[in-house]
Design a protein around this ligand. Structure first.
Ligand code: H79
Length: 562
């Protein structure tokens, strides 16, 4: 990591060496437990946005009077994290709703005013420490309950008649200091709710500086500042916002070795406990972890305990499943860096010393994985899962012949031993070989985002590169992309991908026939990885005509197949 590039994020770090060390140590942990918990669990609604919505504020603010988690057992929670292979734990000390789950000297709206009256945070911090799990706290900057904080509902729509932001900031300073002094050292101070207008960059920078002065090796996420870009969670460094790492939310972040990052994601749908919430499969859980670490990020995986104080049995079982798998293959996860093969549908890779671990999660047809070659000699290749594996380096390709059968249902795990340090190799994109007839063919489009043909041109949808796309201007509601195959070809299938953008509402695939455009297939939504088969047509020119979109359409890939 280049020191100068990251320095501006950390200006004000009291002890630069302790600061750098702390980030390094935290990054090596790679996998942590997030816990969202509070009186809201009594309602089964979401902690971040049900106050003043599904639950009227007066009712919500009185829930704590019934909050009595008699089955809470800090050792069990810490044990669940341990069994999952999680190395750190972040708990909501205070969420947007303002309730404090520790014994705070600065408010009575805390755990000591509930019938339970025991300091949950203290017990949890101790049980984590016993197990060598780094204890961390989540603290929401916005506080809809606190009388001095200006807004009182999600989105900051409701405003309090009387408020005093400077006094609230004093409260926030007092409480975060209290968390460090009472339960510290704290691994990460995990801020959130910074996007509301009362919070400023200056407040963020001051807070960052004072926390680092108090505990030089504390890690502070980027939500302390004002620079976070939406749910992608990235902060650009030019605006002078502090914060040690980026925080993509409910999505795996993009490959990035320059700036540390951590995806936060829920094991079910909701952050706080919800009855019968939809739980992710073991495969989804582990593949998410692998994709994240392969992109050089950490995964902070969330559970929401019940109002009684237990983590649902099925969730504990799921976590154990993850831990059991990591017990076998965790060597390719913990203490590694992402790459050099960038993650994609094919799988992901990590490196440590002279080793590269390949996690192959989609078997290529033919059983040979084609990777771009690396500037190193492969001295040994072995599979840690079942079966035999071999590798050859020729013509700029590294071909890995996989075991005839998948060696594991989550991922084949293959270890390459090199003649040099693997982290020194430049990261490379693994092109998915689509066998599209349109691959690399000439293309034109009715519109290109800010006329930036090099970056967002139509060719980007035909290049099998998962990192590039064709994009159009904001406000565009219809657009077409025309492909010239060079000669007439028979086409009977279409694959299109707009990922999470979900803007296309209706489209048709057209082909040119005697100077006239005719319709081969028509459809409505596209979304992520849309496939369509139709009566085959033979033509040289094809046109994907987007008839209706909610905003400027963006397509990552367009494939025409026989
Ligand atoms: O604690 C969990 C959620 O309760 C909390 N963050 C995770 C870790 C959360 N609260 N609200 N939200 C998530 C969604 C907020 C989304 C938005 Fe925005 C706030 C949309 C516009 C303002 C975030 C900030 C995305 C763009 C700016």
């Amino acid at each position: 990591v280049s020191g100068t590039a990251l320095a501006s994020f950390a200006e004000g770090a009291a002890d630069p060496a302790a600061h750098a060390n702390a980030i390094e140590n935290w990054r090596e942990l790679r996998f942590g437990m997030f816990i969202h918990w509070g009186p809201v669990a009594l309602t089964g609604r979401e902690i971040g946005w049900s106050r003043g919505k599904q639950t009227p504020a007066e009712k919500y603010d009185g829930l704590y009077k019934q909050f009595n988690p008699v089955k809470f057992n800090a050792a069990e929670w810490a044990e669940a994290a341990k069994a999952a292979g999680m190395k750190y734990l972040v708990i909501t000390a205070k969420h947007h709703d303002g309730f404090c789950i520790w014994d705070s000297a600065y408010t009575d709206y805390d755990i000591m005013s509930t019938p339970y009256k025991k300091d949950i945070l203290k017990e949890l911090a101790e049980e984590c420490r016993k197990r060598d799990i780094l204890f961390c706290t989540y603290y929401s900057i916005c506080d809809w309950w606190h009388p001095d904080y200006p807004t009182d509902s999600p989105g900051g729509r409701g405003k309090k008649a009387q408020h005093d932001m400077p006094r609230y900031v004093e409260y926030l300073n007092n409480q975060t200091t209290e968390l460090i002094n009472k339960y510290g050292p704290i691994g990460i101070m995990w801020f959130d709710g910074e996007w509301e207008h009362p919070w400023t960059k200056e407040y963020g920078n001051d807070l960052y500086r004072s926390l680092k002065a108090l505990q030089p090796d504390i890690v502070v996420n980027n939500r302390v500042g004002k620079g976070r870009h939406g749910m992608a969670g990235t902060t650009k460094q030019d605006a002078g916002n502090r914060g040690d790492y980026d925080t993509p939310e409910q999505r795996v972040g993009g490959f990035n070795r320059e700036r540390p990052w951590e995806t936060c994601m829920t094991i079910c749908r909701q952050w706080a406990w919800k009855p019968n919430d939809n739980m992710k499969s073991l495969k989804q859980c582990l593949q998410t972890l692998i994709q994240t670490v392969g992109g050089d990020g950490n995964l902070l995986f969330n559970v929401g305990p019940t109002a009684e104080g237990i983590i649902e049995k099925r969730q504990v079982e799921r976590l154990k499943g993850m831990g059991a798998w990591l017990e076998q293959y965790g060597d390719g996860i913990y203490g590694t860096r992402g790459g050099p093969f960038k993650p994609g549908k094919w799988g992901a890779s990590t490196c440590k010393g002279k080793d590269i671990t390949l996690f192959v999660m989609q078997r290529p047809s033919g059983g040979v994985l084609q990777l771009p070659d690396i500037n190193a000699k492969i001295e040994k290749v072995e599979t840690l899962t079942a079966g035999e594996v071999s590798a050859t380096q020729a013509d700029g390709m590294l071909s890995i012949t996989l075991p005839t059968e998948p060696g594991d249902e989550i991922s084949d795990v293959i270890r390459l031993k090199l003649d040099r340090n693997a982290f020194d190799l430049a990261p490379v994109v693994v092109r998915h070989v689509s066998h599209s007839l349109a691959y690399g063919k000439a293309a034109k489009a009715s519109n290109v985002y800010r006329k930036q043909n090099a970056q967002y041109g139509p060719a980007k949808a035909l290049d099998d590169d998962p990192e590039t796309r064709w994009a159009t201007d904001a406000g565009v509601h219809s657009a077409w992309l025309e492909i010239d195959l060079g000669e007439a070809k028979r086409v009977g299938r279409l694959h299109v991908d707009e990922r999470e953008w979900n803007r296309v509402q209706s489209y048709q695939l057209e082909f040119e026939d005697g100077g006239e455009w005719k319709v081969a297939h028509s459809g409505k939504k596209i979304g992520a990885g849309h496939e369509a088969a139709f009566n085959p047509v033979t033509a040289r020119r094809f046109r994907l005509n987007i008839l209706k979109a909610t905003d400027g359409p963006t397509l990552w890939e367009v494939h025409l197949l026989p």
